[in-house]
Design a protein around this ligand. Structure first.
Ligand code: FEO
Ligand code: CA
Ligand code: CA
Length: 632
């Protein structure tokens, strides 16, 4: 595979290229597992309503399409829209959208507007809105509205259009890519012409792959985190592959480091990678040639540098001079997002997904208690980390990761090599946990399990089996599903829960088995690969997709990636938005008055949004109702 092709791989494809995993289970076994799942599903105890898997009947009956819920009164204020296959955004009648922030757009007046010939200068690259917009949150701070938003990864062919295949050829090229990623904090305001970035606002800030960070929590200072540049193991530079996000009850931003492994490589082809590197997909060649121009990313010279990435990072959006904090207590893996909840006694609960095939769902519970206005500085440093274990009977429990449950790993090792700890503790291998969302009007959590072509076929990167069953009921799962759980005693800190599947995506026009999808899937709401997910304040679940958009075969009728709204009570799901072909819809937040919804369009193809002959630009759009009523 040549360099150009490598750049076009998804992160999952790239991971598998690093360390190909043998197929461990034969076709017969897959079928057997699927059949036994059918039998099981007829008997699972599901929640009272809105569940994809109901309390009686066979799977075939459950998937038959019509149900009382389908006729239930709609809570949606919009008329659902059809799929699209074009290169722009569509929203329902009575709504309109416009761009708020595009890659390369200045946050400060000393930066230039994007030059479509060059993709912008290195000088401006940390003064503009970054690349690949992803998770975001809006903060109302003293009358100002401030959005913190992730810039997940780079698209070198777009960002370095003068370079052959976009391959970085100099330290400046690498620095430009490093600067275009990370996080932006920007003030926004609504004027005559709609929402705009407040250029030069004192809140505006870019956080990049080189911004100083503090490492905190039980792993801080551990030998595995010490480098030549930081012998203390408590300071680091940069935050990486910032995917989903979260918001703490005390008004800070949580940015989540996902595919951090891709930035590291080795200039020594004979460097022996430790087993932990293989589990995390840290290979000898990085995706962006950082290691060739910036020795910090060369694992043969700085073998501990990758241990300083893969965390949840807390940022105070109200103070642009504040130092972001890497919270090791929340574990190290390919963090998707961080969904916060409060237990009845005030403990802080953070749900966390590790987005790779066959990895785990986690939660953190603080030992201390949140009180409004109280000290919050150690609430994310001192707590318990759990991995989810799902039983086929619809119950489950959170298994605490301790030296006892992980075969004798030390506390810091558990937090640095969390995947190994979770394997040892026997968590349930999941179909790629993407975003978790916590329902604000009912004590329950939802996780988008986006897809997993290896389910029932291959072990995960640590060799853990990925059997068909529980919340991962389909082998070679190309469609994805959303699992939800209700904690015992209506307490997010409780270690027991019950679960069901809110929806299994599928295609009833192509399949008549489990791949048709659950009963709340119909020809009007087809989608695949749920990913971004957030509740609005009314308790509707907004679901964003990042899947196959070729609209053919198994995916015929799915169209482009999209955003749908789901009613947790009735199970009904309707399509609200379609994105441009080639893009993923990811990231959602609302204005303080809820009259505007901000949505991210990541890695579109040209001509979105600037037209033919221009570079495609990841863009945050602002959506309003034409009558200016709240939408969430
Ligand atoms: Fe960055 Fe798992 O999505
Ligand atoms: Ca995602
Ligand atoms: Ca995804």
């Amino acid at each position: 595979m040549d360099k150009s092709e490598i750049q076009d791989l998804s992160w999952d494809e790239w991971d598998e290229l690093q360390d190909p995993r043998p197929e461990e289970t034969g076709f017969d076994r897959v079928v057997e597992a699927a059949m036994s799942r059918r039998g099981f599903m007829g008997g699972v105890l599901a929640f009272g309503s809105g569940a994809a898997v109901m309390g009686s009947g066979t799977l075939a009956t459950l998937m038959s399409g019509t149900s009382a819920h389908a006729q239930a009164e709609s809570r949606f204020a919009f008329h659902p829209i059809p799929i699209a296959t074009d290169f722009t955004v569509h929203v329902p009648e009575g709504y309109s959208w416009r761009p708020l922030a595009k890659w390369g757009q200045p946050l400060f007046s000393d930066a230039s507007e994007l030059d479509h010939e060059t993709g912008g200068s290195v000088k401006d690259s940390d003064r503009v809105f970054g690349e690949n917009t992803d998770g975001m949150e809006l903060f109302a701070i003293g009358g100002h509205q401030v959005i913190a938003v992730n810039h997940e990864y780079a698209n070198p062919k777009v960002n370095l259009p003068k370079n052959e295949d976009g391959i970085p050829a100099s330290a400046d090229d690498v620095l430009k890519l490093q600067n275009l990623q990370g996080v932006a904090v920007m003030e926004v305001a609504e004027g005559e012409g709609g929402w705009e970035i407040v250029v030069d606002s004192p809140f505006n800030r870019r956080i990049t792959h080189n911004t100083p960070m503090r490492i905190s929590g039980p792993a801080a200072g551990h030998d595995l985190l010490k480098t030549q540049a930081d012998p203390s193991g408590t300071q680091s530079l940069g935050t990486f592959n910032n995917c989903g996000a979260g918001k703490t009850p005390w008004g800070t931003y949580l940015t989540c480091e996902e595919n951090f492994n891709g930035y590291f490589g080795s200039t020594d082809a004979n460097f022996e990678r430790p087993a932990e590197f293989k589990r995390y997909g840290i290979g000898l060649e990085g995706r962006y040639a950082y290691e060739k121009f910036d020795p910090r990313f060369d694992i043969s010279k700085n073998p501990n540098e990758p241990n300083r990435a893969g965390y949840v990072v807390e940022i105070d959006p109200s103070d642009p001079a504040s130092t972001p904090v890497k919270r090791t207590a929340l574990g190290r893996f390919k963090h998707e997002n961080a969904a916060c909840a409060l237990a009845p006694d005030g403990r802080v609960v953070v749900y966390l997904g590790d987005d790779e095939r066959g990895e785990y769902l986690y939660k953190y519970v603080s030992n201390g208690f949140y009180t409004p206005g109280g000290d919050t500085s150690t609430l994310l440093d001192d707590g318990k980390l759990y991995v989810a274990y799902f039983l086929d009977n619809g119950s489950g429990r959170w298994v605490e990761l301790t030296p006892e449950s992980t075969g004798g790993l030390g506390e810091a090792e558990i937090l640095i090599h969390t995947r190994l700890a979770a394997s040892a503790a026997g968590g349930t291998t999941m179909d790629r946990p993407e975003w978790v969302a916590v329902n604000p009007v009912s004590v329950e959590g939802y996780c988008a399990l986006t897809n997993n072509k290896n389910r029932g076929v291959k072990a995960n990167a640590g060799g853990d089996e990925t059997p068909v069953g529980g919340p991962n009921p389909r082998a070679e799962n190309h469609y994805g599903q959303i699992v939800r759980w209700r904690p015992a005693n209506e307490d997010h800190a409780d270690t027991a829960f019950t679960w069901d599947l809110y929806v299994m995506a599928g295609n009833p026009a192509v399949h008549d088995d489990a791949y048709a999808g659950s009963s709340n899937i119909n020809e009007g709401n087809l989608f695949n690969s749920p990913d971004g997910m957030m509740f609005d304040t009314t308790g509707l679940l907004w679901i964003q997709t990042d899947g196959n958009d070729d609209n053919e075969g198994d995916f015929a009728g799915h169209g482009n990636n999209q955003m749908l709204a789901g009613d947790p009570v009735t199970g009904r799901i309707e399509r609200f938005l379609t994105g441009p072909n080639g893009s993923e819809v990811t990231g959602i937040t609302w204005s303080a008055d809820k009259r505007t919804m901000f949505v991210g369009i990541q890695h579109p193809k040209a001509p979105f949004p600037d037209g033919e002959g221009k570079l495609p630009r990841s863009t945050v759009i602002a959506i309003k109702r034409d009558d200016n009523a709240p939408i969430g």
